[in-house]
Design a protein around this ligand. Structure first.
Ligand code: UD1
Ligand code: UDP
Length: 379
């Protein structure tokens, strides 16, 4: 009898990082029956990823509501998963990272009796309010899950310190590197065409230094985003030889301040969220990245791009330690002064733009599949 896998995700970054795992399990369809369930905590931003990776979910819970709140979303995920788990009866359920989908799905999967597997396990800031609510989400998932796939030795160590048994942890690298490889193979194939990249080529002014910006963290909503927008405006004014491009996250708490404060500002181009390959293309074109994203902190160092992170804490210390990522918080002056150094001081720029990849070699998903196969063979 084939073992049954249910892979659950809900937001853009989970989809990017779980898509290669879905593909790897599909390659092993002689051993596993694998189904995909999306909570659709995100909608358009999730569908962009599913389209690119050509994944059709078996279950689409279609939960996203405009400006949703954590209470309703958590409840909807847990109750919505019950009939799916009861119908499919998976042996293994896979959740990823630290979103509300991750936390609520791990609880529901535990209730179902399945073995629960956490991909990107063990990241910690040790500050339960930063990032909010992700630090608590991943800690809850960590305490529930049976098997933990950690990207690095640092994340493994965090789990060992929480008394998780070493034999239930596997260091895999981050599946985002698998996704990056898949993406670059696909976009360089002869049959691939991408209208969005063609559109972007018209937007990018190749004679200017491209500053790529993303931001969405809940703890930065409100004053944090006002500060970030003030900083971007100042950077644009002070650096006529630079161009800021900002694909704005669809969360209304981000859209509202960003469009109110930055729309029409000279040297700043606000655009819609990009498909994954277009965003990777834009990261490659960029001189400097300013972000509060988790995933971008992992991708940019492996592309050799310096990153200013608009957060006070990070669960991804690996690139900070080697100096390709710098935490700048959401203080306007700090963001501007660090950006000024990188835009105007060659030495500062060179020292931060080292190629650095602490997140693996793109074989994380194969390692996960082999681990689960090994569990079954040892029975
Ligand atoms: C969520 C995750 C965060 C993750 C981020 C990735 C939680 C609590 N937050 O934050 O950990 O880093 O996704 O981007 O799990 N919206 C759309 N279309 C979309 C996506 C979002 O319109 O495709 C709007 C909706 O109004 C939605 C709102 O954004 O209600 C908030 O979405 P939500 O997933 O709750 O929060 P994010 O800020 O996206
Ligand atoms: N990304 C994308 N399009 C965009 C901006 C980002 O595909 O317009 C990708 C990016 O390459 C990374 C992921 O989305 O893999 C990060 O998502 P986000 O910042 O929303 O979430 P986080 O990683 O902070 O949880």
């Amino acid at each position: 009898m084939k073992k049954k896998n249910l892979i659950i995700f809900g937001t853009r970054p989970e989809a990017i990082k779980m898509a290669p795992l879905v593909k790897e399990f599909f390659k092993n369809s002689d051993v596993f029956e694998t189904k995909v369930c999306i909570t659709a905590q995100h909608r358009e931003m999730l569908d962009q990823v599913l389209d690119f990776f050509e994944i059709t979910p078996d279950y689409d819970m279609n939960l996203m509501k405009p400006n949703q709140n954590l209470y309703g979303l958590t409840a909807d995920i847990i109750t919505g998963l019950k009939p799916i788990l009861e119908e499919f009866k998976p042996d293994y359920v896979y959740v990823h990272g630290d979103t509300t989908t991750t936390m609520a799905s791990s609880i529901a999967a535990f209730y179902s009796g399945a073995k629960v597997c956490h991909v990107e396990a063990g990241l910690r800031t040790f500050n339960k309010r930063s990032p909010f609510p992700e630090e608590v989400n991943r800690s809850v998932a960590g305490s529930i899950c049976d098997y933990h796939f950690s990207p690095t030795t640092t994340s493994e160590k965090n789990l060992l310190n929480e008394n998780i048994s070493k034999e239930n942890i596997l260091i895999t690298g981050n599946t985002v590197i698998d996704a990056l490889h898949f993406s670059s193979d696909k976009v360089t194939s002869d049959s691939y065409s991408d209208n969005e990249v063609t559109m972007l080529k018209d937007v990018v002014n190749s004679s200017k230094k491209l500053v790529l910006v993303t931001g969405h963290r809940r703890e930065n909503h409100g004053q944090g985003f006002v500060n970030i927008c003030s900083a971007l405006k100042l950077i644009a004014e002070k650096n006529p030889d630079a161009q800021i491009i900002y694909p704005v996250h669809l969360n209304p708490n981000v859209q509202r301040p960003v469009y109110e404060l930055l729309d029409g500002v000279n040297n700043i181009k606000l655009i819609s969220p990009l498909s994954y390959p277009s965003f990777v293309w834009l990261m490659n074109q960029s001189y400097l990245i300013i972000t509060d994203s988790g995933g971008v902190q992992e991708e940019a160092p492996s592309l050799g791009k310096p990153v200013l992170v608009m957060r006070n804490t990070t669960e991804r210390p690996e690139a900070v330690e080697v100096g390709t990522v710098l935490l700048v918080g959401t203080n306007t002056e700090k963001i501007v002064s660090e950006a000024q150094k990188l835009l105007n001081n060659k030495e500062d720029y060179v020292s931060m733009s080292k190629l650095h990849n602490p997140y693996g070699d793109g074989t994380a998903c194969a390692k996960i599949v082999n681990f689960i196969k090994g569990l079954e063979m040892s029975k």
